[in-house]
Write a protein that binds this ligand. Structure first.
Ligand code: 4AD
Ligand code: MG
Length: 448
């Protein structure tokens, strides 16, 4: 039985078997206290060991010297703590154990996140990383739950692909051990499942992918990883306004889910980080949506240009993180979308507006991080998308199937990509993407 189940289902006086790891161990001459965790709850359970109950002195001494992070299998009797009325265990019997080392690198003192990254195989034992990865797991579940309730089909897009979906040339090439091509054509790891999702949306109407994506992008920042997870919904017949609204519904659903199921973790991280996570959650739940045209965003930025490092702000500028962060807080407590970007800075597949210079693309931006979601209505006109692929020097051969979809009853399609890590960062108050990925991969860095 997990500690969570023990605390939920068991009564005072009951004898149960407890398996977990030691988080704290303190003792005086005759009595000692262990905190045992197993990952099912944040705080674990307190186990009391008493010299008088354990018949021999040797066992008591052994328990006193038990290093933290040792694994234990105990039989305990549940009792109520007199002070706080919380269930705890009186140790009756040691069934099994496996010691941790005395000089385990995770000793009680607090460590920097940088140091913990170097021992990423041990850091999930800390309360901070237990909280971050529990919340990450709940976010993933909530996303699946939201799209399932909305009638979407979950599509497993391939990881090995023969195209560069974003056309940005940031792919990892896949070859065999002896550096040969294994397939008949050149193959890389997927940068996005969007193109395949579009194909399925043209049959199921509402689909989403949720998969790892890989980008050989030399951005050594706090919010870029070489391997990250992306959620990509795609909806046939929908325009970008509907889909922006859908993305706000999705975030509100996730926020509500965390509010209901992650309270202890959110509270712990709020205290640890000093970030008001409850406020972030309630802003998402409130869904105060603000949609700003890119052109308008440029005007706002110009008016405040003295605040920025990049001050050359004109139509055509690819907004940088500092601009996005500013705009994200410009309208108080709102969820901010920027839309109708210049076509010169966006991907070839975005639908062109009649003005000839903008595309029906949108980004959702959030405070502290910047871009959380990038999406667009797709170009449905065969000739126009063909011209755009050529203008972007994109290898047509591998994409002919994708363009051909336009000839087979393709009226409209809109979708977006949500960077899972960025959402986890936002909702856990974590500054660096390396701390929300179990084993992060970033330029020049791959451990484990
Ligand atoms: O804006 P992006 O590049 O859009 C696409 O890939 C489209 N195919 C999405 C679609 O329309 N279906 O990426 C989408 C999101 C970004 O907003 C960001 O949150 C995240 O993916 N992202 C990254 N996250 C971490 N590390 C990176 N290197 C990222 N690149 C993008
Ligand atoms: Mg983008």
């Amino acid at each position: 039985m997990s500690i969570k189940k023990i605390l939920e289902l068991s009564n005072e006086g009951k004898t149960v078997q407890l398996k977990g790891w030691v988080r704290f161990n303190r003792s005086s001459k005759k009595i000692g206290f262990l905190e045992i965790f197993d990952g099912s709850t944040l705080n674990g359970i307190q186990v009391v060991y008493k010299a008088e109950k354990l018949n021999d002195e040797k066992t008591f001494k052994f328990l006193q010297s038990l290093p933290i992070f040792s694994a234990i299998d105990f039989t305990i009797e549940l009792v109520k703590n007199n002070k706080n009325n919380v269930l705890e265990g009186n140790l009756l019997k040691i069934n099994e154990f496996a010691l941790a080392t005395e000089n385990n690198p995770l000793q009680r003192k607090t460590h920097s996140h940088e140091f913990l990254r170097e021992i990423a195989h041990l850091r999930p034992k800390t309360k901070t990383f237990q909280s971050i990865f529990k919340i990450r797991s709940l976010i993933m579940f909530a996303l699946h739950s939201f799209f399932n309730e909305q009638g979407f089909i979950y599509v497993n897009s391939p990881i090995l692909t023969s195209n560069d979906a974003e056309g940005a040339g940031e792919t990892f090439k896949v070859v065999t051990n002896d550096k040969k091509e294994f397939f008949t054509n050149s193959v890389s790891l997927s940068v996005s499942g969007q193109l395949q999702a579009e194909s399925f949306a043209q049959s199921f109407t509402k689909v989403y992918t949720l998969a790892p994506t890989f980008r050989a992008e030399n951005s050594n920042t706090q919010k870029h990883a070489s391997e990250f997870w992306m959620l990509e919904p795609e909806i046939a017949f929908a325009d970008y306004n509907e889909v922006m609204d859908l993305s706000a519904e999705m975030l509100a659903y996730v926020a509500n889910y965390l509010n209901l199921h992650a309270k202890e973790y959110i509270d712990f991280l709020t205290e640890q980080t000093g970030v008001d996570l409850g406020k972030r959650i309630s802003i998402l739940m409130d869904k105060k949506i603000k949609k700003i045209k890119y052109e308008k965003a440029i005007e706002i930025l110009k008016e405040h240009k003295e605040q920025f490092e990049v001050q050359d702000i004109e139509f055509g500028l690819d907004l940088s993180t500092e601009h996005e962060k500013f705009l994200a807080t410009f309208y108080e407590d709102s969820i901010v979308y920027i839309y109708d970007y210049p076509k010169t800075i966006k991907a070839f597949y975005m639908k062109q507006n009649d003005d000839q210079k903008t595309v029906r693309g949108f980004d959702l931006i959030i405070p502290e991080i910047g871009e959380l979601i990038g999406g667009s209505e797709r170009e449905n006109d065969f000739e126009k998308i063909l011209t755009a692929t050529k203008a972007n020097n994109i290898d047509m051969e591998e994409l002919s199937w994708y363009l051909d979809l336009r000839k087979e009853g393709y009226l409209k399609s809109t979708g977006f990509g949500l960077g899972i890590e960025r959402l986890v960062m936002y909702l856990t108050g974590t500054k660096n993407i390396r701390d929300v990925l179990p084993f992060p991969r970033t330029p020049g860095n791959i451990l484990y």
